[in-house]
Structure formats: C-alpha cells, structure tokens
Write a protein of this length. Structure first.
Length: 402
C-alpha cells in the first residue's frame, strides 16, 4: 500500500473513503511482490495494481464489497486452466490479497493516514496490519517510525502492540516488507481467557499474522564524472527510483544546465566527497556508486575509499587496458584482492552498447541484476527463474512463553 502513498495521502486529505487491497504473500512466478496494492474509493476510482492485470477485476469487486460492509478479508488467487472463465493468474503463481476498508469510521483510519503522510513525505515508516487471526483484529493497523512511540493499536492489547512494534521496527531498519507471525503457542497461559486475549507472550486461541510494509527514503546513486554518459545514467537512475547525485571536481562540467534531472550536483574531489558522505552516514547497503571518470588521479583515491564501504554496487568505466592499469594502481595503494573482487569493471553488461543511452542501459541492467540476483543471460532458452528470490519477504516468528 505504501507504494502508492502519494495518491492515497491525497485521498485521505480529501476525506475520501476507500478500500485497499494489498499483496500479503506470493508463491511461484507471481507478477507483484508483497506490498503491491490496488485501492478503490467510494466513487469507484481505482489506482495501483496487484497482479499486472490478471485478477484486477475480481480484486476491484472485493474492494467495493469491503467498502460496503466495512470488513477486512483475505483472499487467495492461483492459477486456473480448467475453467476458461475462472479468475486466476496466467503466470502460474499464487498471491494472497488482504483487503482493508479505510472509511471515516474505521478504527485504523488515523494510523493509515499518518503512515501515508509519512511515506509520501519521504520519511522512514512501517505499517503492520493483521492479515490472519481473530475476526475482530483483521485489518487492524499499527504505525511504527524509526524513532518515537508507535501509533494505532491492535485491539486493546498493549503488550501485543509493544511486541509487534519492536519486530516491525527491526524490519523497518532493514527496509523489509514481509510477513510477521506471532503467538504460535498451542495452549493458553494459566488464567488466560479463550477469546484471543494477549497473555503471557502469546495470543491465546490462534496465531496471528501481520503484513509489515516498510517505506524508506529512495536509495542513492552517486555518479562520479560529469560527462555525457553520466547525463544518460542520471535519467535512467531516476527512472529506477534512485536519488541521484552527480559529483565532479570540475565546476565547468558539473552544472544544473548539463544535469537538470539530478537531485544533487556536487563540485568536489570525488574521494573527498564520498569519504565525507560515509562519515555522515549518508551511504548505506542500498547505495550504488558509478565511477565514470576513467582518470587515474580521480579513480584510484575514489575506488580505494569506495571498495571499503558497505555499499550495494561499485562500478567503474574504462577499457580492459584501463581496468588492468587501474587494478595495478589500486594494489599499490593497499587495496586487497577481496576488495578488488567487489569492483564491476568494465562497468555494465555486454549489450554491445555504443551510445551514452545504450551504455546507461547496460550499467542499469547490471545494477538491477546485482540487486535482484539475476544472471544477466537471455531468458530465451535459459532454465533460470524469471523472478529471483533475493529480496523475498522475511517471515519472523516469536515463540510463545511457556
């Protein structure tokens, strides 16, 4: 749901009632991942997608139904080939969809509104919603920020709220969206009621599952070298959802006029800027670094710093001869073989690229393959999965207290 936060935030500000259908879990070759959402307002307007088209009509009807009766529900869609008119996924996968009404009289309206406002504003925030459990808790929501108290509640169980908030914050810190399972005990605690009350570290009567959606600021792409190839890479980086910075020590080249789509333009020596950003905590495990300068006086001190940072990707442009010379210089300044092994050079996948636009596509393809665990080979004739599981939803389980 937080993937369409900006549109839904506007709906909340306009006072609209709506229902949101969110992918909770997937199996097989499902087209969308947990967190993908379709929302429908009381006028029948729809935004978002949960399946790329396969089951949108059926999910739309479920949203209208939830708006009418005010009840949340969980529905599973799978592959169907027996009945030509059956609703199913043509890709052969399975998706579980949680449909939640967000009406003016909904108990979780405030938590939903706050989560959408935070996500739309670029704040790190997570929303935990009950997807399986006692009927009275279905769809209940808890909002968790990186710091500060949680907001909302799961039906008047403070200990349950605290437990869910702690686990949700851990998932938020990792930038993860997935399923949280708690209260897996089979017997109630002594003195506990049998109506689903939270007692002694578990939800008595039945386990509870929650969908945790995390929304974190956009990952960073830092492009070093204000050249024409960089301009094309900035455009595709923005298209992929990165916050893009261009850094070059030459003020005549690092200008807004040459890079109008960049979020930030920095005139500084690349290695000095990267070191300062690292010390400030402004680079992390999602950051990608693209070194397009192919000039030893810039490359060597920059890569010496970059290859020792816990970033997602470090790539450097240049011919194979440039690459060999650069590696030699890096070894001379003390970069280890293990650190050198992290360097993607020559940068990009072999697409036969020539133009700046084609080269940018080649670099972006390698970044996506590295992020998602892809091989980079053609899918035609290959026996590899189309959708890889590197970023699969995390399932956490909290054992009950004996």
């Amino acid at each position: 749901m937080l993937d369409i936060a900006e549109e839904l935030h506007r709906w909340v500000e306009q006072g609209r009632d709506f229902a949101v259908a969110t992918v909770v879990a997937v199996g097989g070759s499902a087209p969308r991942q947990p967190g993908a959402a379709l929302a429908v307002d009381s006028e029948g307007t729809a935004i978002g997608s949960v399946s790329g088209g396969c089951v949108e009509g059926a999910v739309y009807d479920l949203c209208r139904q939830a708006l009418e009766d005010g009840r949340s529900l969980l529905e599973r869609f799978g592959y169907s080939d027996d009945d030509a008119f059956a609703v199913g996924l043509t890709c052969g996968g399975i998706i579980d969809i949680l449909v939640t009404p967000v009406r003016a009289d909904s108990a979780g309206r405030a938590a939903f509104g706050a989560a959408l406002a935070a996500a739309a504003g670029g704040e790190a925030v997570a929303l935990a919603r009950v997807s399986e459990g006692p009927g009275e808790l279905m769809g209940r929501a808890l909002l968790v920020r990186s710091e500060g108290p949680h907001e909302g509640g799961l039906g008047g169980h403070p200990e349950l709220d605290r437990t869910v908030a702690a686990e949700t914050r851990a998932m938020l810190d990792a930038g993860r969206t997935g399923t949280l399972e708690i209260g897996l005990g089979t017997a109630p605690t002594e003195g506990a009621s049998e109506d689903g009350a939270w007692q002694g570290g578990r939800l008595c009567g039945e386990p509870l599952k929650l969908l945790v959606e995390s929304s974190v600021p956009a990952p960073r792409m830092i492009v070093f070298g204000a050249i024409d190839f960089a301009a094309a890479l900035v455009r595709i980086g923005k298209f992929l959802g990165y916050h893009v910075t261009v850094c070059d020590a030459r003020p005549v080249f690092a200008t807004e006029a040459r890079f109008p789509e960049a979020d930030t333009i920095v005139v500084d020596w690349p290695h000095r800027y990267l070191a300062a950003e690292s010390e400030a905590g402004a680079v992390d495990g999602r950051t990608v670094l693209c070194v397009l300068t192919h000039d030893a006086k810039f490359d060597v001190p920059l890569l010496e710093t970059a290859l020792r940072l816990p970033v997602a990707y470090v790539g450097a442009m240049g011919s194979r001869r440039t690459h060999e010379d650069r590696n030699k210089r890096l070894r001379e300044v003390g970069v280890s073989e293990l650190e050198l092994a992290r360097l993607r050079s020559p940068i990009g996948l072999d697409l036969g690229a020539r133009s700046p636009q084609e080269t940018a596509l080649s670099i972006a393809a390698e970044i996506v393959a590295n992020r998602r665990g892809g091989s980079g080979v053609a899918l035609t004739g290959a026996h590899t999965p189309i959708h890889h599981d590197r970023t699969a939803a995390v399932v956490k389980r909290i054992g009950s207290v004996a």
